[in-house]
Design a protein around this ligand. Structure first.
Ligand code: C2O
Ligand code: CU
Ligand code: CU
Length: 499
């Protein structure tokens, strides 16, 4: 166990009377010891839904229950352990006031939505404690599973981890017309991995090797609740899944081997539904799937899990970084997290009630529009490198004031994302939904969940992924970065100006 942990736990144990009610905190808290391994599952909670036209999000520290009897201090723009779900219809205009009652600067970014420069949450727009930021957001994007999170300078990782993140769902007439499962049968689930130490604190303290590969929790939290369970009926559910993890890639699957019917990705509905037994999601990516419990006998459980896969860093580096030589073995509580590629249970669905199943039948065409067929007039190449304790794009790290690329308004371009490093890089472009056109090396093909509109794409070690994008909505300064939030906070990010 790392020395810092020993000191922390020893200090707490000495200071804490045994009978005190449990209270966990960041980064240190007082509390009795809890064994995370024996905690029962807590009911899944859905974040409260907020609708416009005028919303106030007050970011503050709150004590929230994250597991049965376990309280933690969250930083959240709502009442729960993560932010509320904002719901809007395409064509609406939203006014969102962010009030900062946190002890440090913050700002929110609406991931996947195309918004004016002033509403995009660039870190230079971060507001001091006690101030407020007024966003004006014309919702021009089509129905989809978008989300929001902190984009504070060097603090995106820790703030998003503590709860400064939530869903932003957009609906429109195409989505309505499909009559997908709705109401209690629609479950937005923001998946994060966090580290619950055995002194009860939620830990975010990347050590040296974690500043390279990434920071991994020892358990999944869904909508801010650790390892939840949810009672379901014998029918079809719409699961809107977001990978809100700091660094972890998820290989989503159902424990009974049943397929998902995938209907949408980052930027909304796919042209066609597709049946898949597993889906890989890098940090920042989302997928919209149907899960059918009609054939599961009442009383049984089916879990949403992240399946094990080979840690891509291991293949590239042997037993080096990926092998978690420090901080104990995989899943060791309060020390290291479960390494990249480790199996992770997410949500347990308990089939509690039989109902007449309402099977959902996919039409041949889910969504009429595909990508605009436009010739790219320019190619840019970006190399994502991780070495000597640095994460860079084309050899440089982020400079708030420097414009790295100037993109002519209205042009269509090919951006080539090249990953010569030993770590996966999920690459995200603000202000855009792009088309993945080619993957060279590594997996060598476009994955089924990459066929729709995307704003984030996973580039594995040794891969090059080419995307086609057009910036024809707003001019201004926007960001492109790695969505491994450790890498982003350390500078794997750049500014581009659409002008
Ligand atoms: Cu979801 Cu700039 O990030
Ligand atoms: Cu974004
Ligand atoms: Cu990265």
């Amino acid at each position: 166990m790392h020395r810092r942990h020993l000191l922390r736990i020893a200090g707490l144990a000495a200071a804490t009377p045994l009978a005190r009610p449990f209270l966990a905190g960041f980064p240190s808290g007082d509390g009795v010891k809890v064994d995370p391994a024996t905690l029962p599952r807590a009911p899944l909670r859905l974040a409260p839904r907020l609708r416009g036209p005028a919303l106030v999000l007050r970011a503050q520290e709150r004590v929230v229950e994250i597991a049965p009897g376990v309280k933690a201090r969250a930083w959240t723009p709502g009442d729960g352990p993560v932010g509320p779900t904002i719901e809007a219809r395409k064509g609406e205009k939203l006014n969102i006031a962010l009030e900062n009652a946190l002890p440090e600067p913050t700002i929110l970014h609406w991931h996947g939505l195309r918004v004016p420069e002033a509403a995009d949450g660039h870190p230079r727009l971060a507001i001091e404690p006690g101030s407020r930021y007024d966003y004006e957001i014309p919702v021009i994007d089509r129905a989809g599973t978008y989300w929001y999170h902190s984009h504070a300078h060097h603090r995106t990782g820790i703030q998003s981890y503590r709860g400064m993140s939530g869903f932003f769902l957009v609906r429109d007439e195409h989505d309505d017309a499909l009559k997908l499962p709705s109401g209690v049968h629609e479950l937005p689930m923001l998946i994060q991995d966090r580290r619950l130490a055995n002194d009860g604190t939620l830990v975010y303290d990347p050590m040296m090797h974690e500043n390279m590969e990434g920071f991994f929790g020892d358990a999944a939290f869904v909508n801010g609740i650790r390892l939840p369970m949810h009672e379901v009926e014998t029918t079809t559910y719409r699961l809107r899944l977001a990978n809100g993890c700091t660094s972890r890639i998820l290989r989503l699957a159902l424990s009974n081997g049943a397929p998902f019917l995938m209907v949408g990705t980052d930027g909304g509905l796919l042209p066609r539904a597709e049946s898949l037994t597993s889906i890989d999601l890098g940090p920042g990516e989302r997928v919209d799937v149907l899960a059918d419990f009609a054939a599961v006998p009442v009383g049984q459980t089916v879990s949403l899990v992240s399946q094990a896969f080979e840690n891509p860093a291991m293949g590239m580096m042997g037993m080096g970084m990926g092998g978690r030589g420090m901080g104990g073995g995989p899943g060791r509580m309060g020390a290291g997290g479960i390494p990249q590629g480790g199996a992770l249970p997410l949500v347990e669905f308990r089939v509690a009630r039989a109902v007449a199943p309402q099977p959902w039948r996919a039409p041949a065409l889910l969504h009429p529009e595909r990508f605009p067929v436009r010739q790219a007039v320019r190619t840019r190449t970006f190399r994502f490198e991780s070495m000597r304790m640095q994460h860079t794009i084309n050899g440089r790290d982020f400079d708030m004031a420097r414009i790295d690329e100037s993109v002519p308004f209205g042009d269509t371009e090919i951006w080539q994302f090249v990953n010569p490093s030993p770590f996966p890089h999920p690459i995200h472009v603000h202000e855009n939904q792009f088309e993945v056109v080619e993957r060279i090396g590594g997996r060598g093909r476009i994955m089924p969940w990459e066929r729709g509109l995307k704003d984030t794409v996973l580039v594995m070690p040794g891969e090059q992924v080419n995307v086609r994008l057009t910036f024809d909505v707003y001019r201004g300064r926007f960001l492109m970065h790695c969505h491994n939030l450790i890498h982003e906070d350390m500078g794997m990010m750049l500014n581009f100006a659409v002008e």
